[in-house]
Design a protein around this ligand. Structure first.
Ligand SMILES: [Zn+2]
Length: 298
């Protein structure tokens, strides 16, 4: 059950004041804090919908220092955009957001990217118990079976998924042993029970004293042996490809890592009823220091 739906969203947030109050609650659950000196001695400048720090005299708004701040877009449109991006099961394109929100394409594009940035999960825990790993090619249809870089338009996506748990995806130039081992060492817990893959040579040697490595031989049409299979990660691939084709038509290599982040987030939050709230919260904790772009909001 989702905590948020469209009628609720409209009811709760259709005014700027309501959006502002919600942002305050998420950004400063323990009371408003000065972004500059961290003081909690704050007075409210209700007329200007701002706060003033009693210690350093800094005046700020609830969006100060966040990616919402530099946009001229109303908070309500931000909320709608966050709702649409987080609740579209297959993702949403900038074109579609442009039409739905009545904003310029540039604004819609900016919103999609900033919301996706915020959705990127920085603190990912290592995958445990049984992990399935696999790779797939992105861009181009030609089948390629080697291990090195193929060409600049094609990239490998390598993935690992914990059964019943989260997924980790990365873009890579190839699927050689070094790349695959580095990836798995990074995302899989040292004490994971087992890693299941197909019999691609790049996975050879991934086992150690704590973690089994079991394979199914796809070349010999072996897909399942007992509980050894890679159906979970295969599902992730087909889901990912449907979402790219269905919503974006194509994703350039340049933007692929961001789409992977978004897909990961969506997958890892597939049972999170508070996805909307968590994304809004992540945005209140984002900062504009790295992304300082103005948009022509409507
Ligand atoms: Zn201050």
């Amino acid at each position: 059950m989702q905590d948020m739906d469209l009628p609720k969203l409209v009811n709760r947030f259709h005014s700027e004041d309501k959006c502002r109050a919600y942002l305050e609650e998420l950004r400063w659950p323990d009371g408003v804090e000065c972004p500059r000196c961290k003081s909690k001695k704050i007075s409210r400048l209700t007329e200007r919908k701002q706060y003033e720090c009693s210690d350093c005299r800094y005046q700020f708004s609830v969006t100060a220092g966040t990616i919402m701040h530099d946009s001229h877009l109303s908070l309500w449109k931000w909320f709608l955009a966050i709702y649409l991006v987080t609740e579209s099961k297959k993702g949403i394109s900038a074109k579609q957001l442009q039409r739905m929100l009545d904003v310029s394409y540039k604004t819609a594009w900016y919103l999609c990217h900033r919301i996706r940035d915020a959705m990127g999960d920085d603190e990912q825990l290592p995958l445990k118990s049984i992990v399935e790993a696999d790779e797939t090619w992105h861009g181009g249809k030609k089948k390629y079976t080697g291990s090195g870089p193929y060409n600049s338009h094609k990239k490998v996506i390598i993935g690992a998924v914990e059964r019943g748990g989260e997924v980790r995806l990365r873009m890579a130039a190839g699927r050689d042993r070094g790349t695959l081992h580095r990836f798995l060492n990074e995302v899989v817990d040292d004490k994971a029970e087992a890693i299941y893959t197909d019999d691609w040579v790049g996975y050879v040697g991934i086992a150690d004293e704590d973690t089994f490595h079991k394979t199914v031989n796809h070349a010999h049409k072996e897909w399942v042996r007992g509980d050894v299979h890679s159906n979970t990660i295969e599902n992730v691939w087909s889901h990912f490809k449907r979402s790219v084709i269905g919503s974006y038509h194509q994703v350039s290599v340049k933007h692929l890592p961001k789409y992977l982040d978004e897909f990961e987030w969506r997958y890892n939050n597939r049972t999170n009823p508070f996805l909307f709230r968590d994304t809004v919260k992540a945005i209140t904790q984002s900062d504009t220091l790295t992304v300082r772009k103005l948009i022509d909001g409507k």
